[in-house]
Design a protein around this ligand. Structure first.
Ligand SMILES: C[S@@+](CC[C@H](N)C(=O)[O-])C[C@H]1O[C@@H](n2cnc3c(N)ncnc32)[C@H](O)[C@@H]1O
Length: 209
């Protein structure tokens, strides 16, 4: 059994995404250069479930892309909850404008266009949940930047930490070594506890103690 077969099997026993997410994924595949960056069905539903379980009041997402994971996470928000999502590429803004409205989440999602490093310091919020899903080279610096804005007992989720399995090898490329260093940093950070889950490309769930 390959990992691809395992993922397909798990997807076949996972509730189908909403029609809006289905349409968003389709448009993402038609109109973007790297559509596989969107969370997709299995990880999307997993994030949605985690959010429903936590019922957060404040979520920060770094790396909106076309808005798939933002919609999944926002669905689990507490009644008066808000999700802030940050995307550096202004050419993607129209996806959020269209699909956050279609999903009925316009009043719950605040979409920021700009660089996360410039925008995060200006967010005057304490977050229950932060989802880091942007450039892999930025993970450690973003983790450090956002850490003090996460409440004690709050969570950070970070995506793509298995890097197609390469983190388990001695691959010498920069991306692999950066992610290896990042997960080692988390594993040795005494301020948190963490669990690395092999969903899609690997998701590390971190709880601030
Ligand atoms: C993997 S995609 C996000 C996928 C999305 N979270 C999902 O699951 O559907 C990463 C996104 O992060 C954005 N990004 C990269 N560096 C960034 C930065 N410093 N600030 C804001 N966005 C950034 C990229 O433009 C890209 O759209």
């Amino acid at each position: 059994m390959t990992l691809r077969q395992l993922a397909a099997f798990c997807e076949s026993f996972t509730t189908a995404p909403s029609p809006v997410l289905y349409e968003l994924e389709r448009e993402t595949y038609l109109k973007t250069m790297a559509p596989q960056m969107a969370s997709g069905k299995l990880q999307g539903q997993f994030l949605r479930f985690l959010s429903w379980m936590l019922r957060p009041k404040r979520i920060l997402e770094i790396g909106t892309f076309t808005g798939y994971s933002a919609i999944c996470l926002a669905e689990g928000l507490a009644e008066d909850g808000i999700l802030h999502t940050i995307e550096a590429n202004p050419e993607l803004a129209h996806f959020g404008e269209k699909y956050f409205t279609k999903a009925g989440l316009n009043d719950k999602i605040v979409a920021h266009i700009g660089d996360a490093f410039s925008l995060i310091p200006s967010l005057e919020e304490t977050f229950d949940l932060v989802f880091i899903d942007s450039g892999k080279n930025d993970y450690a610096a973003l983790y450090d930047l956002v850490f003090e804005k996460v409440r004690t007992g709050g969570f950070l989720f970070v995506d793509n930490v298995l890097w197609d399995g390469k983190v388990m090898t001695d691959a010498q490329d920069g991306d692999t070594r950066t992610i290896q260093a990042f997960i080692r940093k988390i594993q040795t950070d005494e301020r948190v506890e963490n669990v690395l889950i092999p969903v899609r490309d690997g998701l590390i769930l971190i709880r601030k103690l």
